[in-house]
Design a protein around this ligand. Structure first.
Ligand SMILES: Cc1cc2nc3c(=O)[nH]c(=O)nc-3n(C[C@H](O)[C@H](O)[C@H](O)COP(=O)(O)OP(=O)(O)OC[C@H]3O[C@@H](n4cnc5c(N)ncnc54)[C@H](O)[C@@H]3O)c2cc1C
Length: 413
């Protein structure tokens, strides 16, 4: 048994805590905010989507991005302001085009493997998170992007995903509330949706019941590394504190980049901002007019999830603009307009806007494994798929940690 300090109580930190508790370790989780899941794991798109596993490192995505760059309401916004981190990240993103196939296939495998872990945890711990095994429908307006998507679909199939092409008539049958002219799409019945904030909060409570200690309001500010352990410095309630552990697991989302630098590691994570709206379905007509199946509009890069009876989540946009967390009205409006166009009988009278920063690596692969120091481990950098992947990467990170510490820690320590 080892004493593990986890940094960050988003989905990656809390699933890591659970995986380590299951293996019999003692867990202390430090979170700088007052509650779990208040940053990127708060109001995301809700999709548990192996069908969205294709990494963005491709010539086709770059070409699309170049067209979007000059459109004010485009799904991509790239601030040209100079930033060494942003441009070096971009250089590595371009270099990873050569790994597009391998990384897409691997992400698909991980996303499929994650499903049963997540469902098992929720069932074992009795977590209600508005899970819906509704499947995900991808649809296209432009024939050229549909043709391109068939190539991506072959990679998803190589990764083990069953995903069928559907005609415009089948789209209408699968989701009758959806209005619009589409040339075709893909349907993945095995994908699902759920509320990441409800799940993470429920799992944090389960971890506490199992003996984990949560230090909320604790902002990690430094480390002292020794051969036999780690001492973590933090600021809590205006005072400096220090906690001792056998190992540290960094799960700090977009802040992992800075923390890794303090630890002598490089975790090249850039904050890629996205937005969501949660439409509150306050009347029977709106509840009937909002979709049940989860959607991905590939041309607008918008995802949707029905969260229970009364909420409809719509998310999108990739904004490269540093750590700015402002909720911009001109980025929220396209999500509302899109919802009104495709679900004209659903009221958008009550809409809750949100913005979050995706912790994105240039390869779009999460960082899971040991750092340079034998007592430092990472489970971070999950980008646009953290909800989908965390249940499996937590298992993998826990395995790495046990392997790394094996022989190094006395039994029963
Ligand atoms: C608009 C949008 C839509 C998305 N849609 C989907 C989707 O449909 N499906 C999907 O799979 N994924 C989706 N994602 C991605 C997913 O939400 C993220 O990958 C995931 O939430 C990241 O979780 P995390 O634990 O890495 O980070 P976070 O949830 O941000 O958690 C990190 C935690 O670390 C804490 N922390 C940071 N620094 C310190 C410190 N020094 N000391 C102590 N604590 C610290 C922070 O306060 C935070 O709570 C979406 C993201 C966005 C923005």
């Amino acid at each position: 048994m080892a004493r593990i300090i986890i940094i960050g109580a988003g989905i990656t930190g809390v699933t890591s805590a659970y995986a380590l508790l299951e293996r019999g370790h003692e867990v202390t989780l430090v979170e700088r905010l007052r509650y779990p899941a208040m940053e990127t794991s708060f109001a995301n798109g809700g999709q548990l989507s192996a069908s969205n596993a294709e990494v963005w490192n491709s010539i086709a995505t770059i070409a699309k991005g170049m067209r979007w760059i000059f459109r004010a309401d485009a799904p991509l916004l790239f601030s040209l302001r100079p930033s060494l981190h942003k441009y070096s990240w971009l250089g590595e993103f371009l270099a990873a085009i050569r790994s597009h196939r391998a990384n897409t296939v691997e992400t698909t495998r991980l996303a499929i493997a994650a499903r049963h872990h997540l469902f098992d945890i929720a069932e074992r711990e009795g977590i209600d998170f508005d899970l819906s095994r509704c499947g995900i429908l991808h649809f296209y307006r432009e024939p050229a992007s549909f043709t391109q998507a068939r190539r991506g679909n072959a990679l998803l199939r190589e990764g083990g995903l069953e995903r069928d092409e559907v005609s415009p008539q089948e789209i209408a049958r699968i989701e009758p509330t959806l209005h619009g002219d589409f040339c075709g799409g893909f349907f993945t019945p095995s994908d699902s949706t759920g509320d990441i904030h409800k799940f993470t909060t429920g799992l944090a409570e389960a971890c506490m019941r199992r003996g984990a200690k949560f230090l909320f309001g604790g902002d990690v500010s430094g480390f002292d590394l020794r051969s036999g352990g780690v001492s973590v410095r933090l600021r809590k309630d205006g005072a400096e504190e220090r906690i001792e552990g056998d190992a540290v697991m960094v799960c700090a989302g977009v802040a992992s980049h800075k923390l890794a630098a303090m630890l002598g590691d490089r975790a090249n994570i850039y904050p890629v901002k996205g937005y969501s709206i949660t439409v509150l379905l306050g009347d029977d007509a709106s509840r009937a007019a909002a979709p049940r199946v989860s959607l991905l509009d590939e041309d607008a890069k918008i995802v949707t999830s029905r969260l229970g009876e009364d909420r409809f989540r719509v998310a999108g946009t990739a904004e490269f603009n540093g750590f700015n967390r402002d909720i911009r009205a001109d980025r929220i409006q396209p999500l509302t307009t899109w919802s009104e166009r495709h679900f004209p009988h659903m009221s958008t009278r009550q809409v809750v806007p949100w913005a979050g920063l995706r912790p994105m690596t240039p390869t779009m692969m999460p960082i899971v494994g040991p750092g340079r120091h034998s007592r430092i481990f990472y489970n971070t950098g999950h980008g646009h798929l953290g909800w989908t992947l965390s249940a499996i990467t937590a298992e993998l990170a826990a395995e790495h940690l046990e392997k790394g510490l094996s022989g190094d820690i006395a039994p029963g320590h």
